[in-house]
Write a protein that binds this ligand. Structure first.
Ligand SMILES: [Cu+2]
Length: 186
């Protein structure tokens, strides 16, 4: 059984030898395919994940900031597979002297405001919450250094029940033309 599987695998290889790719076009095709594969793999590495108890922590990320920025924001998607609600109650980052959990909202006059959430953000049992631009976010304050595009920085997330977990924030390109809160808290 295993012999025949191996045998058919080998004959499949033999029927498609590398020397078949002789022409320049065929070789370039192979190179393009390999690059696509490497790109696909690096994408799945970029979408990094962490775990804390029943919580899945999907892709913590931040954004590059202008050189003089005093604050930056952190985002993450939290999925609670447990039967009990949990809360993100605090966070830290090696680039920040101080960190708060904020909620961004727009009032009746269209004015964007932020407020610190003393009790953090609830992650419902069997549910999820996404910290994202224009909504809940982690506010990195008193920046000791700027988040740099493509360079991850270390931090922690602390949950009421699941405890504290080490994470890394991936840094995306600076926000452009979009209403952001980099001017806030400075
Ligand atoms: Cu904020």
């Amino acid at each position: 059984m295993s012999f025949s599987v191996r045998h058919s695998f080998r004959s499949a290889l033999n029927s498609y030898p590398l020397s078949r790719f002789r022409s320049f076009e065929e070789r370039m095709g192979m190179v393009a395919f390999t690059l696509m594969l490497v790109f696909a793999l690096s994408q799945s590495v970029l979408a990094h994940e962490f775990k804390a108890g029943d919580l899945d922590i999907h892709h913590p990320w931040s954004r590059a900031t202008p050189a003089n920025a005093k604050v930056a924001a952190g985002y993450v998607k939290l999925v609670n597979k447990g039967a009990q609600a949990d809360r993100l109650i605090s966070a830290t980052a090696e680039i920040a002297g101080k960190t708060e959990i904020h909620e961004m909202s727009v009032d009746a006059d269209g004015v964007m405001t932020m407020r610190p959430l003393a009790d953090g953000v609830e992650i419902p049992a069997g549910g999820e919450v996404e910290l994202k631009p224009g909504s809940y976010h982690i506010m990195f304050m008193d920046l000791k250094e700027q988040p740099k595009e493509g360079v991850k920085f270390k931090g922690t997330l602390t949950f009421e029940k699941a405890g504290t977990v080490d994470v890394e924030f991936a840094v995306n390109a600076m926000a452009t033309g979009e209403k952001d809160h980099n001017s806030h808290g400075g």
